[in-house]
Design a protein around this ligand. Structure first.
Ligand SMILES: [Fe+2]
Length: 289
């Protein structure tokens, strides 16, 4: 049976990729951010996942405004990055797991989530940078990957509650998978930030800290916000928090916080990282819907 080890959530700002490429991790500006990943590396070395389900939002590399699915999933044997601009180096390809992708697709559609299935899919910085933060150093990726995209770009966006429930459906699907696999769920984006308009540079530390607490112990409390309330509280791009909520929804057992870090700003964004351990509930690893 597949076993959901836990979840990690992290910001995915493009400048992080440039800092990695230039080896700036120990510079004073960057160190408080990159040091926040030491605890992630220690936990990953203990739990050693086989597969990572990466929940993120595409920024125009694979999907553009002409065709933008609310939810999409990759079903490829390999995923490629491409030149996005910003001087970002192109990441090496990521291995997929088509058998698990098709299991998730079948389970999600049966669970009333009509997800767009992509047998070819480019992955952008919201996927590649978190992967590089979790497994730095180059070489072959030690995990297979399943990309799942949530539209946080073109309104109307799915509600926080809908994204949390998508995560729950992903968790149920993983719990029902009969291959012996250790699975990590990764949610990327946020925290509070706004890139444009009169509130460009907006950061809301009290709301970020509230989210970092609630997502561990009381994630349902975050599902009561509307999308527009989330824009007001977290910024126009801070709505990427829904990716974290979907990650949290996928954790079907007893969840505890292993590690976390919050640092402002990187670029003009509040950054956070969180590691959540997921222990199966005794006698019933599958949480009721
Ligand atoms: Fe983003």
């Amino acid at each position: 049976m597949a076993r959901i080890l836990g979840g990690v959530s992290t910001s995915h700002i493009p400048s992080i990729g440039n800092a990695i490429a230039k080896g700036l991790q120990n510079e004073p500006y960057w160190r408080p951010f990159f040091d926040g990943f030491n605890g992630v590396h220690q936990w990953l070395a203990q739990v050693r996942p086989d597969v990572v389900v990466v929940i993120y939002n595409d920024h125009g590399l694979n999907f553009f405004l002409d065709k933008l699915p609310t939810f999409a999933i990759g079903a490829a044997a390999e995923y490629h990055h491409a030149d996005e601009g910003w001087g970002l180096p192109v990441a090496r390809p990521f291995p997929g797991d088509p058998a698990l992708s098709w299991h998730l697709i079948n389970a999600l559609v049966a669970d009333e989530f009509d997800i767009t299935m992509c047998q070819e899919m480019l992955v952008d910085h919201a996927f590649t940078i978190p992967m590089s933060l979790l497994w730095p150093g180059g070489g072959a990726w030690p995990v297979r990957t399943i990309p799942i995209c949530i539209n946080t770009v073109q309104h109307p966006l799915p509600s926080p509650a809908r994204c949390f429930n998508l995560g729950r459906a992903i968790g149920r699907a993983l719990d029902s998978y009969d291959r012996d696999l250790k699975v990590l769920v990764l949610g990327t984006g946020g925290l509070s930030h706004q890139l444009d308009g009169t509130r460009a540079g907006f950061i809301n530390k009290p709301f970020d800290l509230l989210c970092l607490d609630r997502i561990v112990h009381e994630p349902e409390a975050l599902t009561h916000y509307s999308v527009l309330e989330l824009v007001e509280l977290a910024g126009a791009q801070g709505v990427e928090l829904v990716n974290w909520l979907a990650m949290r929804g996928a954790l079907t057992g007893n969840v505890s916080r292993v590690h976390g870090n919050y640092h402002i700003p990187i670029s003009n964004t509040a950054t956070g990282v969180l590691v959540l351990d997921n222990q199966p509930i005794a006698g019933d690893a599958k949480r009721a819907a």
